[in-house]
Design a protein around this ligand. Sequence first.
Ligand SMILES: Cc1cc2nc3c(=O)[nH]c(=O)nc-3n(C[C@H](O)[C@H](O)[C@H](O)COP(=O)(O)O)c2cc1C
Length: 243
Amino acid sequence: MKYVVINGSPRKKNTWKVTKQAMKNMDGEFEEIHLLKKKIPMCNGCFKCIMEGEDKCPHFDRIDPIMEKIKKADGVIITSPVYAMNVSGLLKNFFDHTAYLYHRPEFFTKKALVIVTTAGAGQKDVAKYMDETLRHWGVNKVYKISMACGGKDYLETKDIDKTSKQFAKDVESGKLHSPKLNDLVFFNVWKAMALSKDPIEADRKYWFDTGLVKNDFAPEVKINIAKKAFSKIMFKFLKLVIK
Ligand SMILES: Cc1cc2nc3c(=O)[nH]c(=O)nc-3n(C[C@H](O)[C@H](O)[C@H](O)COP(=O)(O)O)c2cc1C
Protein backbone atom coordinates (compact mmCIF):
# COMPACT_ATOMS: atom_id res chain seq x y z
CA MET A 1 0.00 0.00 0.00
CA LYS A 2 1.10 3.55 -0.64
CA TYR A 3 0.43 6.22 1.93
CA VAL A 4 1.02 9.94 1.68
CA VAL A 5 1.41 11.80 4.96
CA ILE A 6 0.67 15.52 4.87
CA ASN A 7 1.96 17.04 8.08
CA GLY A 8 0.27 20.32 8.93
CA SER A 9 2.27 20.88 12.11
CA PRO A 10 5.36 23.08 11.85
CA ARG A 11 7.02 20.92 14.52
CA LYS A 12 7.78 17.24 14.87
CA LYS A 13 6.33 17.03 18.38
CA ASN A 14 2.88 15.99 19.62
CA THR A 15 1.08 15.61 16.30
CA TRP A 16 4.05 13.91 14.66
CA LYS A 17 4.49 11.49 17.58
CA VAL A 18 0.86 10.45 17.32
CA THR A 19 1.28 10.14 13.54
CA LYS A 20 4.37 7.93 13.90
CA GLN A 21 2.50 5.74 16.37
CA ALA A 22 -0.37 5.41 13.86
CA MET A 23 2.03 4.63 10.99
CA LYS A 24 3.42 1.65 12.93
CA ASN A 25 0.06 -0.06 12.31
CA MET A 26 0.24 0.26 8.53
CA ASP A 27 2.24 -1.80 6.06
CA GLY A 28 3.50 -0.01 3.00
CA GLU A 29 5.47 2.87 1.59
CA PHE A 30 5.12 6.29 3.17
CA GLU A 31 5.70 9.56 1.36
CA GLU A 32 6.05 12.34 3.93
CA ILE A 33 5.14 15.90 3.05
CA HIS A 34 5.97 18.45 5.72
CA LEU A 35 4.02 21.52 4.65
CA LEU A 36 6.41 23.90 6.44
CA LYS A 37 9.23 22.77 4.13
CA LYS A 38 7.09 23.25 1.00
CA LYS A 39 6.95 27.00 1.56
CA ILE A 40 3.63 27.38 -0.23
CA PRO A 41 2.87 31.10 -0.59
CA MET A 42 -0.44 32.30 0.86
CA CYS A 43 -3.44 31.80 -1.39
CA ASN A 44 -3.95 35.25 -2.90
CA GLY A 45 -7.63 34.73 -3.69
CA CYS A 46 -7.20 35.14 -7.45
CA PHE A 47 -9.97 32.54 -8.13
CA LYS A 48 -7.95 31.15 -11.05
CA CYS A 49 -8.00 27.55 -9.75
CA ILE A 50 -11.77 27.65 -9.48
CA MET A 51 -12.64 29.66 -12.59
CA GLU A 52 -9.91 28.70 -15.08
CA GLY A 53 -8.43 25.43 -13.81
CA GLU A 54 -6.11 24.35 -11.01
CA ASP A 55 -3.11 24.52 -13.38
CA LYS A 56 -3.65 28.30 -13.58
CA CYS A 57 -2.92 28.77 -9.85
CA PRO A 58 0.16 31.01 -9.48
CA HIS A 59 1.47 28.42 -6.98
CA PHE A 60 0.72 25.40 -9.18
CA ASP A 61 4.40 24.35 -9.15
CA ARG A 62 4.18 23.95 -5.34
CA ILE A 63 0.71 22.42 -5.15
CA ASP A 64 0.79 20.03 -8.11
CA PRO A 65 3.57 17.72 -6.80
CA ILE A 66 1.54 17.26 -3.60
CA MET A 67 -1.67 16.54 -5.51
CA GLU A 68 0.19 14.06 -7.74
CA LYS A 69 1.37 12.20 -4.63
CA ILE A 70 -2.20 12.08 -3.33
CA LYS A 71 -3.36 10.71 -6.70
CA LYS A 72 -0.82 7.88 -6.49
CA ALA A 73 -1.57 7.00 -2.85
CA ASP A 74 -4.02 4.39 -1.57
CA GLY A 75 -4.32 6.13 1.78
CA VAL A 76 -3.94 9.78 2.74
CA ILE A 77 -2.94 10.84 6.26
CA ILE A 78 -3.45 14.53 7.07
CA THR A 79 -2.44 16.03 10.38
CA SER A 80 -2.77 19.30 12.26
CA PRO A 81 -2.39 20.71 15.73
CA VAL A 82 -5.29 22.89 16.95
CA TYR A 83 -4.32 26.53 16.55
CA ALA A 84 -6.78 29.12 17.88
CA MET A 85 -9.55 26.51 17.72
CA ASN A 86 -8.89 25.67 14.07
CA VAL A 87 -6.33 23.90 11.87
CA SER A 88 -2.81 25.31 11.66
CA GLY A 89 -2.30 28.17 9.19
CA LEU A 90 -0.02 25.83 7.23
CA LEU A 91 -2.81 23.33 6.66
CA LYS A 92 -5.47 25.98 6.06
CA ASN A 93 -3.32 27.58 3.37
CA PHE A 94 -2.92 24.18 1.72
CA PHE A 95 -6.68 23.55 1.94
CA ASP A 96 -7.34 27.00 0.42
CA HIS A 97 -5.21 26.00 -2.56
CA THR A 98 -7.41 22.92 -3.03
CA ALA A 99 -10.74 24.79 -2.93
CA TYR A 100 -11.34 23.93 -6.61
CA LEU A 101 -11.90 20.33 -5.48
CA TYR A 102 -15.18 21.41 -3.89
CA HIS A 103 -16.39 22.16 -7.45
CA ARG A 104 -14.57 19.27 -9.08
CA PRO A 105 -14.25 16.39 -6.59
CA GLU A 106 -11.93 13.64 -7.76
CA PHE A 107 -10.61 11.47 -4.94
CA PHE A 108 -13.54 9.04 -4.86
CA THR A 109 -11.37 5.95 -4.39
CA LYS A 110 -9.19 7.36 -1.60
CA LYS A 111 -9.45 6.79 2.11
CA ALA A 112 -8.04 9.22 4.64
CA LEU A 113 -6.90 9.35 8.24
CA VAL A 114 -7.09 12.70 10.00
CA ILE A 115 -4.88 13.26 13.06
CA VAL A 116 -5.39 16.27 15.35
CA THR A 117 -3.72 17.14 18.63
CA THR A 118 -4.50 19.96 21.00
CA ALA A 119 -3.58 21.17 24.48
CA GLY A 120 -7.11 20.86 25.77
CA ALA A 121 -9.84 22.03 23.41
CA GLY A 122 -11.09 22.07 19.83
CA GLN A 123 -9.78 18.70 18.66
CA LYS A 124 -13.17 17.22 17.75
CA ASP A 125 -14.35 20.30 15.82
CA VAL A 126 -11.05 20.58 13.96
CA ALA A 127 -11.09 16.88 13.03
CA LYS A 128 -14.69 17.35 11.85
CA TYR A 129 -13.68 20.31 9.68
CA MET A 130 -10.85 18.28 8.12
CA ASP A 131 -13.23 15.36 7.57
CA GLU A 132 -15.71 17.67 5.79
CA THR A 133 -12.99 19.18 3.62
CA LEU A 134 -11.77 15.75 2.54
CA ARG A 135 -15.28 14.56 1.78
CA HIS A 136 -15.67 17.60 -0.47
CA TRP A 137 -12.53 16.42 -2.25
CA GLY A 138 -14.54 13.24 -2.91
CA VAL A 139 -12.64 11.06 -0.40
CA ASN A 140 -14.58 7.84 0.19
CA LYS A 141 -14.05 7.37 3.93
CA VAL A 142 -12.36 9.46 6.60
CA TYR A 143 -11.04 8.06 9.89
CA LYS A 144 -10.28 10.44 12.76
CA ILE A 145 -7.83 10.46 15.64
CA SER A 146 -8.18 13.56 17.82
CA MET A 147 -6.30 13.90 21.08
CA ALA A 148 -5.89 16.36 23.92
CA CYS A 149 -2.28 16.18 25.06
CA GLY A 150 -2.71 18.50 28.05
CA GLY A 151 0.54 19.26 29.82
CA LYS A 152 2.04 15.96 28.75
CA ASP A 153 4.13 15.30 25.67
CA TYR A 154 1.37 13.18 24.18
CA LEU A 155 -0.92 10.37 25.23
CA GLU A 156 -0.28 6.99 23.73
CA THR A 157 -3.81 5.69 23.93
CA LYS A 158 -5.36 2.57 22.52
CA ASP A 159 -7.42 4.83 20.25
CA ILE A 160 -4.39 5.61 18.05
CA ASP A 161 -3.75 1.91 17.45
CA LYS A 162 -7.40 0.96 17.10
CA THR A 163 -8.30 3.66 14.58
CA SER A 164 -5.10 3.40 12.55
CA LYS A 165 -5.50 -0.40 12.30
CA GLN A 166 -9.09 0.05 11.09
CA PHE A 167 -7.90 2.60 8.54
CA ALA A 168 -5.08 0.33 7.26
CA LYS A 169 -7.42 -2.67 7.02
CA ASP A 170 -9.92 -0.63 5.06
CA VAL A 171 -7.24 0.72 2.69
CA GLU A 172 -5.96 -2.82 2.10
CA SER A 173 -9.47 -4.15 1.45
CA GLY A 174 -9.89 -1.86 -1.57
CA LYS A 175 -13.61 -1.88 -0.77
CA LEU A 176 -15.42 1.39 -1.35
CA HIS A 177 -18.14 2.58 1.04
CA SER A 178 -21.54 3.84 0.02
CA PRO A 179 -21.70 7.66 0.15
CA LYS A 180 -23.56 9.55 2.88
CA LEU A 181 -26.70 11.44 1.82
CA ASN A 182 -24.79 14.68 2.31
CA ASP A 183 -22.16 13.51 -0.20
CA LEU A 184 -24.92 12.83 -2.73
CA VAL A 185 -26.38 16.29 -2.16
CA PHE A 186 -23.05 18.03 -2.79
CA PHE A 187 -22.27 15.82 -5.80
CA ASN A 188 -25.54 16.98 -7.34
CA VAL A 189 -25.03 20.63 -6.40
CA TRP A 190 -21.81 20.76 -8.42
CA LYS A 191 -23.22 18.60 -11.21
CA ALA A 192 -26.22 20.95 -11.52
CA MET A 193 -23.87 23.96 -11.48
CA ALA A 194 -21.79 22.42 -14.29
CA LEU A 195 -24.98 21.86 -16.31
CA SER A 196 -26.45 25.30 -15.63
CA LYS A 197 -26.92 27.89 -18.39
CA ASP A 198 -23.89 29.90 -17.36
CA PRO A 199 -21.43 27.44 -15.81
CA ILE A 200 -17.89 28.02 -14.65
CA GLU A 201 -15.95 26.85 -17.70
CA ALA A 202 -13.41 24.76 -15.75
CA ASP A 203 -16.26 23.01 -13.89
CA ARG A 204 -18.26 22.34 -17.06
CA LYS A 205 -15.19 20.88 -18.78
CA TYR A 206 -14.33 18.65 -15.81
CA TRP A 207 -17.84 17.28 -15.32
CA PHE A 208 -18.21 16.52 -19.06
CA ASP A 209 -14.65 15.25 -19.69
CA THR A 210 -14.84 12.81 -16.76
CA GLY A 211 -18.36 11.70 -17.73
CA LEU A 212 -19.55 12.43 -14.20
CA VAL A 213 -22.50 14.42 -15.61
CA LYS A 214 -24.06 11.13 -16.66
CA ASN A 215 -23.83 9.55 -13.21
CA ASP A 216 -25.73 9.63 -9.95
CA PHE A 217 -22.40 9.46 -8.10
CA ALA A 218 -18.81 8.51 -8.92
CA PRO A 219 -19.07 5.32 -11.04
CA GLU A 220 -16.40 3.49 -8.98
CA VAL A 221 -18.63 3.73 -5.90
CA LYS A 222 -21.68 1.48 -5.83
CA ILE A 223 -24.92 2.97 -4.55
CA ASN A 224 -28.14 1.11 -3.79
CA ILE A 225 -31.50 1.78 -5.44
CA ALA A 226 -32.72 4.05 -2.63
CA LYS A 227 -29.63 6.27 -2.84
CA LYS A 228 -29.84 6.27 -6.65
CA ALA A 229 -33.43 7.47 -6.42
CA PHE A 230 -32.46 10.08 -3.82
CA SER A 231 -29.63 11.30 -6.06
CA LYS A 232 -31.91 11.59 -9.11
CA ILE A 233 -34.61 13.49 -7.18
CA MET A 234 -31.97 15.75 -5.65
CA PHE A 235 -30.54 16.51 -9.10
CA LYS A 236 -33.98 17.33 -10.54
CA PHE A 237 -34.68 19.66 -7.63
CA LEU A 238 -31.29 21.36 -7.88
CA LYS A 239 -31.67 21.82 -11.66
CA LEU A 240 -34.82 23.83 -10.92
CA VAL A 241 -33.07 25.93 -8.29
CA ILE A 242 -29.72 26.39 -10.04
CA LYS A 243 -30.46 27.91 -13.44
C1 LIG B 1 -0.31 29.17 17.90
C2 LIG B 1 -0.91 28.10 18.76
C3 LIG B 1 -2.28 28.07 18.97
C4 LIG B 1 -2.85 27.09 19.77
N1 LIG B 1 -4.20 27.09 19.98
C5 LIG B 1 -4.76 26.16 20.79
C6 LIG B 1 -6.16 26.17 21.04
O1 LIG B 1 -6.92 26.97 20.49
N2 LIG B 1 -6.67 25.25 21.90
C7 LIG B 1 -5.87 24.32 22.51
O2 LIG B 1 -6.39 23.54 23.30
N3 LIG B 1 -4.54 24.26 22.24
C8 LIG B 1 -3.97 25.15 21.41
N4 LIG B 1 -2.61 25.10 21.16
C9 LIG B 1 -1.81 23.96 21.65
C10 LIG B 1 -1.55 22.92 20.55
O3 LIG B 1 -2.73 22.59 19.86
C11 LIG B 1 -1.00 21.61 21.13
O4 LIG B 1 0.07 21.85 21.97
C12 LIG B 1 -0.62 20.65 20.01
O5 LIG B 1 -0.55 19.34 20.52
C13 LIG B 1 0.69 21.05 19.37
O6 LIG B 1 1.02 20.12 18.37
P1 LIG B 1 2.52 19.99 17.79
O7 LIG B 1 3.34 19.46 18.92
O8 LIG B 1 2.43 19.07 16.65
O9 LIG B 1 2.95 21.37 17.41
C14 LIG B 1 -2.03 26.08 20.36
C15 LIG B 1 -0.65 26.11 20.13
C16 LIG B 1 -0.10 27.10 19.35
C17 LIG B 1 1.41 27.12 19.11
